[in-house]
Design a protein around this ligand. Structure first.
Ligand code: NDP
Ligand code: MG
Ligand code: MG
Length: 334
């Protein structure tokens, strides 16, 4: 098992007298910037005016907001929390010119460093602090006096203090309250991409859709199919999240538990596992990264088409109707 680091392993004093420039104020940016500020650290937010609404939001939250270039100029630590596909361009145009000796370049995901889209100069630290949670949870847990687990990694240690700076930053956003794991840019990037593709996002959505379609094709009401294949997912996942597979299996009926063992391996077959290995190989050899970057350079033809198609699907139509009956499901999400 890897070592886990806590509050006592990190020293906020490493960041005293330093200015932290948080680039972006989206899911991660709004959470990390506010947590750092509440930890008594000197934070500025770097944004582009008029892209969306982040600038106004950050100002309304009492942040000091400026352009990315200005924030890069002022910041000793530069945390890049822009969309992954935009980071390389913004870095080249607005950050690199101000990345002077001894500064720290930071990320919450290793994509652009690992796949060589950003190549920092040798005379800066390059580190990662990655909360293992969506941004709104990073903020919510912090305000409740807790924190979400996080990862730290050091790609380049010019000052000899890169790791201590990363730990201090992790403490500033609340991650050491829960626990921090040390990893590498490569391991974080590859496991993160694999998890979201094969299991968390790609795997789950296709599993839900396949179950829903099977019931609807067989003539059952879409509303029933929605409840069984989508709505109840959260109830089951909450149990797994709280107490592992065992608690979930303890909590459901014996009938459900028996069906779980009997049928699960018929759904996720050896063929599926083999395909997971292929997916992992395409992450490892850069095939996925190349396709994602090309997609973005050609103005997202695939994303635009598939988003529309998926939005207009029956499961989304029925879902909107059913969720309207449960107003308590609505929570603030960035
Ligand atoms: P979001 O898309 O939520 O936010 C991006 C932010 O960047 C917005 O504030 C946006 O402003 C701003 N922005 C967009 N384009 C520009 C530009 N050209 N110049 C300046 N600012 C710009 O990103 P996430 O928080 O989801 O992701 C940030 C990083 O964190 C990524 O590396 C991601 O992989 C990583 N990460 C994300 C997690 C998550 O929970 N979402 C979890 C762990 C890591 P505007 O709104 O005005 O467009
Ligand atoms: Mg990810
Ligand atoms: Mg049932």
């Amino acid at each position: 098992m890897v070592q886990v680091f806590h509050d006592q392993d990190a020293d906020l004093a490493m960041l005293k007298g330093k200015k932290i420039a948080v680039m972006g104020y989206g899911s991660q940016g709004h959470a990390q910037a506010q947590n750092l500020k509440d930890s008594g650290l000197d934070v500025v937010v770097g944004l582009a005016k008029g892209i969306d609404d982040s600038w106004e939001k950050a100002e309304a939250d009492g942040m000091t907001v400026m352009t990315v270039a200005e924030a890069a100029n002022q910041g000793d630590l530069i945390q890049i929390l822009l969309p992954d596909e935009l980071q390389a361009r913004v870095y080249a145009e607005e950050i690199a010119p101000y990345l002077t000796e001894g500064k720290a370049l930071m990320f919450s995901h290793g994509f652009n460093i690992h796949f060589g889209q950003i190549v920092p100069p040798a005379n800066v630290d390059v580190i990662m602090v990655a909360p293992k949670s969506p941004g709104h949870m990073v903020r919510q847990m912090f305000t409740e006096g807790a924190g979400v687990p996080g990862l730290v990694a050091v790609q380049q240690d010019y000052t000899g203090k890169a790791r201590d700076i990363a730990m201090a930053y992790a403490k500033g956003i609340g991650c050491t309250r829960a626990g921090v794991f040390e990893t590498t840019f490569q391991e974080e990037t590859e496991t993160d991409l694999f998890g979201e593709q094969a299991v968390l996002c790609g795997g789950v959505t296709e599993l839900i859709k396949a179950g829903f379609d099977t019931l609807v094709e067989a003539g059952y009401a879409p509303e029933m199919a929605y409840f069984e294949c989508l709505h109840e997912m959260k109830l089951i996942v909450d149990l797994i999240n709280e107490g592992g597979l065992s608690l979930m299996r303890y909590s459901v009926s014996n009938t459900a538990e028996y069906g779980d063992y009997m049928v699960g391996p018929r759904i996720i077959t050896e063929e599926t596992r083999e395909e997971m290995r292929n997916v992992l190989a395409e992450i490892q050899d850069g095939t996925f990264a190349k396709e994602f970057l090309l997609e973005n350079q050609t103005n997202k033809p695939f994303m635009n088409a598939i988003r529309k198609q998926e939005k207009e699907s029956l499961i989304e139509e029925v879902g909107a109707e059913i969720r309207a009956l449960m107003p308590w499901l609505k929570k603030t999400r960035r």
